[in-house]
Ligand binder design. Structure first.
Ligand code: CAA
Length: 379
């Protein structure tokens, strides 16, 4: 797809960084289930941890298209690195930028945008996944501070995070009403990591279960209006879903590129298997799904930049790109045959990494709920 010069330059820069700094580490990140701190430091130095944060708050001063492009290019080589950047940026920094007071922005954004601290987003709980409004973590008003108690699940970046966006009820209700949001510094006493999940894919990205035991939160760390936290969660996830769509796109592109090169080198029946029409048709469909994913992601990103409604478009992008990534990575293994099924080749990693994109930040079924609800309301 044709890109404006600025986006093209950023894409070239992100591609170069990803191929030189991320690709050589991708297999090690998967095997060791950890992203080297040196790589995170380099992401901060290049500005990739603060793409859409204005320069006055220590960011790169770019926009949401730039962010999507960076997440795609990183994920093309390593989906764990892609989601570290995505969750940190769209789920932690964006709500502070959009709903925070001037003091909150000045205090937290420069530390996050530089990579001095990584961010996470604590919405889900053991019994509150797709039904996020049913969460039970409670924040009690103690006069001069809030006190948080509860358990949070599936927290991307939970191991590394210095700053967390935490959703808790400040009034006991059975539904989403009564949810408020807090900025929590994870060195606060009572912030306890109970478990790091052992997962099928994105092994380098930490997924934590966190217990909040009487965590004291300063009054000034309430983010946005009290008891309007569900709106903050939904608006944040609208943007976050574009990032996951971009991650899925990067995974699909990486698997496709590998399978295409393999098909040119693999000789069977006396010629490269890429000359077989059965494979060519497979590659044509892979290429088409990748191109369509990219268009949906760019459309949702540009709408977000223009501050026009984009809930439906971000759900379109996430639904389509994640299902395309699963399909494309399955075909990439098929093209690489027995070799593709082994851990010596990277396509099995792309296949394992793709699956989560159909689950986190709203399952494919939740994306369909969001799309249908918008359509029925005529949006
Ligand atoms: N933007 C702003 N506000 C929104 C909104 C949006 N896109 N969508 C809904 N709202 C508001 C509504 O206006 C309404 O607010 P008011 O009552 O104040 O008017 C309120 O939210 C409730 O709206 P709905 O009745 O439509 O909400 P619902 O209860 O039916 O739930 C849902 C809708 C789509 C199912 C929602 O619960 C949802 O998205 N669930 C999935 C949660 C999810 O994605 N979880 C992933 C967590 S993050 C993660 O994966 C971990 C990680 O670290 C990566």
């Amino acid at each position: 797809m044709l890109l404006d010069q600025n986006y093209k330059e950023l894409k070239d820069l992100a591609k170069k960084f990803s191929d030189s700094e991320v690709a050589p580490l991708a297999m090690k990140i998967d095997h060791e289930a950890s992203i080297p701190t040196e790589l995170v430091k380099k992401l901060g130095e290049t500005g990739f941890l603060g793409t859409f944060i204005p320069e006055e708050y220590g960011g790169a001063g770019m926009d949401y298209m730039d962010y999507s492009i960076v997440v795609e290019e990183l994920s093309r080589n390593c989906a764990s690195t892609g989601v570290l950047v995505s969750a940190h940026s769209s789920l932690c920094m964006w709500p502070i930028l959009n709903f925070g007071t001037e003091e909150q922005k000045k205090k937290f954004l420069p530390r996050l945008a530089s990579g001095e601290m990584i961010g996470c987003f604590c919405l889900s709980e053991p019994n509150a996944g797709s039904d996020a409004g049913s969460l039970t973590t409670f924040a009690e008003d103690k006069g001069d501070h809030w006190e948080l108690n509860g358990v949070k699940n599936w927290i991307t970046n939970g191991k590394e995070a210095g700053i967390a966006i935490v959703f808790a009820k400040t009034r006991k209700t059975d539904d989403y009403k009564g949810i408020s949001v807090f900025i929590v510094e994870t060195d606060s006493p009572g912030w306890n990591i109970i478990k790091i999940e052992d997962k099928l894919g994105i092994k380098g990205s930490s997924t934590a279960q966190i217990a909040l035991d009487n965590v004291k939160i300063p009054k000034e760390n309430l983010l946005g209006p009290i008891e309007k936290g569900f709106r903050v969660a939904m608006a944040t996830l609208d943007g976050g879903r574009i990032g996951i769509a971009a991650q899925a796109l990067g995974i699909a592109q990486g698997a496709f590129d590998y399978a295409k090169n393999y098909s040119n080198e693999r000789i069977q029946f006396g010629k490269p298997i890429s000359s077989l029409q059965g494979l060519q048709f497979m590659m044509a469909d892979m290429s088409t799904k990748i191109a369509a994913s990219r268009l949906l992601i760019y459309d949702a990103s540009q709408r977000k930049n223009m501050k026009i409604p984009f809930s439906k478009q971000s759900a379109h992008a996430k639904l389509f790109a994640s299902e395309a990534a699963m399909w494309v990575t399955t075909k990439a293994i098929q093209i690489c045959g027995g070799n593709g099924y082994t851990k010596e080749y990277p396509v099995e990693r792309y296949f394992r990494d793709a699956k989560i994109t159909e689950i986190y930040e709203g399952t494919s079924e939740i994306q369909r709920v969001v799309i249908a609800a918008n359509e029925l309301k005529g949006k």
